[in-house]
Write a protein that binds this ligand. Structure first.
Ligand SMILES: Cc1cc2nc3c(=O)[nH]c(=O)nc-3n(C[C@H](O)[C@H](O)[C@H](O)COP(=O)(O)O)c2cc1C
Length: 398
């Protein structure tokens, strides 16, 4: 057994049976390919590396063979690998990913020039409607070259999905590995949220006592992170508003930060979504904040907490499907379902994810998906629960 088999499916089975042709071109970012291949294999993919001559000066074919278990194609042969892998045959690969993609390869692809194994793979894939993803990597001044920029735009117009680069400190940085893996999962996964505008409001609010101290809660943001991943992979046009969290969010999704519940109404102004999902733990009560810092030697302190107006009814006017979360402690399923339905009617939501607060901070747990008509139990880890929540949303989306 090749050593690459030891890590197959270590993360998931989401790319089982999928064949990805990975074109590698002559940028130093090619050193990232080893880890990228391993990440794709961990999701179950078979990766076939194809290397340009310049790429072979950056990384050796042996290292990519070790990573993938497949000898890289470094030159085309009488096997016509480009046609058998990316032509019209029924055993063809599912995707051509070029990572990293040089200015040279971008321009050749845009002009239909194929004078090497990677560019020939690209010409065939673009002619046979196989999805093509490229991750440009180059120095900023190459990226600003107008010929390169217009060739890149031409590729976009031809349906090529361009990942990054991300301009940072005057450098055009190649898309990160997590982003590329997520984009591959998005390209090859269920696309039942494609074209849907989805907002996820996650994290916990922080209500100030004074300029230093806050009142908050124990929500970690783990469910939000999983929901973001799932919605992204299923093709959503995604927006996220995020309070405080203990866990990091997928780095390829930009989140707009908030601290206080009252900031959310401003964020919502003029926005419309197909679906709004609110795993956020928002304050139910907040003090009247005091300026500066209450002296620590001021003696006992009595805080008067006022009820914070519920935010979800406000959001109902901004979307077609509103998904609420309800955490209670020590309640029977029947009571939890009844409370969820009462609340749904009051706030105008169509689905509630109900659970016991003992689940907070745990990887595994149990939730009830409550609608006006039914209540379904789902148990598993946060990823499995996020998948089940989105399945239910897709069924309910008008
Ligand atoms: C050390 C080194 C790093 C390079 N990095 C890049 C790069 O990041 N992006 C790029 O477009 N070209 C880069 N180049 C230039 C390409 O290797 C060169 O244009 C080559 O012809 C690309 O061929 P290919 O597209 O067939 O791989 C680099 C060259 C060297 C020597």
């Amino acid at each position: 057994m090749h050593p690459s088999m030891e890590i197959r499916n270590e993360i998931s089975r989401r790319l089982d049976g999928r064949v990805i042709v990975l074109g590698v071109t002559g940028s130093v970012a090619a050193v990232e390919c080893f880890a990228l291949i391993r990440d794709l294999v961990r999701h179950g993919a078979k990766v076939i590396p194809v290397m340009s001559a310049a790429a072979q000066d950056m990384v050796t074919p042996y290292s990519l063979e070790f990573a993938s278990g497949v000898p890289p194609i470094t030159a085309l042969s009488g096997q016509a690998e480009h046609v058998s892998l990316l032509g019209d045959g029924k055993d063809r690969a599912d995707l051509l990913l070029i990572y990293p993609c040089t200015a040279n390869t971008i321009s050749k692809m845009a002009l239909g020039i194929d004078d090497g194994p990677v560019t020939t793979m690209a010409t065939v894939a673009l002619g046979s409607d196989i999805p093509v993803l490229i991750a440009p990597a180059m120095h900023d001044c190459m990226f600003r070259n107008r010929a390169v920029a217009s060739n890149l735009q031409r590729l976009r117009d031809m349906g090529v999905k361009v990942l990054g680069p991300h301009i940072q400190d005057a450098r055009a940085k190649v898309a990160s590995r997590p982003e590329v893996v997520a984009q591959v999962l998005r390209a090859l996964g269920k696309s039942d949220l494609e074209g849907r505008r989805v907002l996820i409001i996650g994290g916990r609010s922080e209500e100030p006592i004074d300029d230093m101290r806050i009142i908050t809660n124990r929500s970690t943001g783990a469910m939000t992170s999983n929901l973001l991943e799932v919605c992204f992979e299923r093709g959503a046009n995604l927006e996220c508003w995020l309070g405080a969290t203990d866990v990091s969010m997928p780095p390829y999704i930009e989140c707009q930060r908030f601290r206080h519940t009252h900031e959310l109404e401003d964020l919502a102004k003029g926005k419309e979504f197909d679906m709004v999902i609110v795993p956020a733990a928002l304050a139910d009560f907040a003090p009247q904040p005091q300026k500066g810092k209450i002296p620590s030697d001021a003696g006992d302190l009595t805080l008067r907490l006022s009820t914070v107006p519920k935010f979800l009814p406000h959001m109902a006017g901004h979307c077609r499907l509103l998904v609420a979360f309800k955490a209670e402690s020590g309640m029977s399923d029947e009571d939890l379902i009844a409370r969820s339905r009462q609340r749904m009617e009051a706030q105008g939501s169509q689905l509630t994810v109900a659970n016991d607060i003992s689940m907070v901070g745990q990887d595994n747990g149990r939730i009830l998906l409550v609608t006006a008509q039914e209540a379904k139990e789902v148990a598993g880890d946060k990823r499995a629960m996020a998948e089940a929540i989105i399945d239910a949303c897709v069924d309910l989306l008008p």
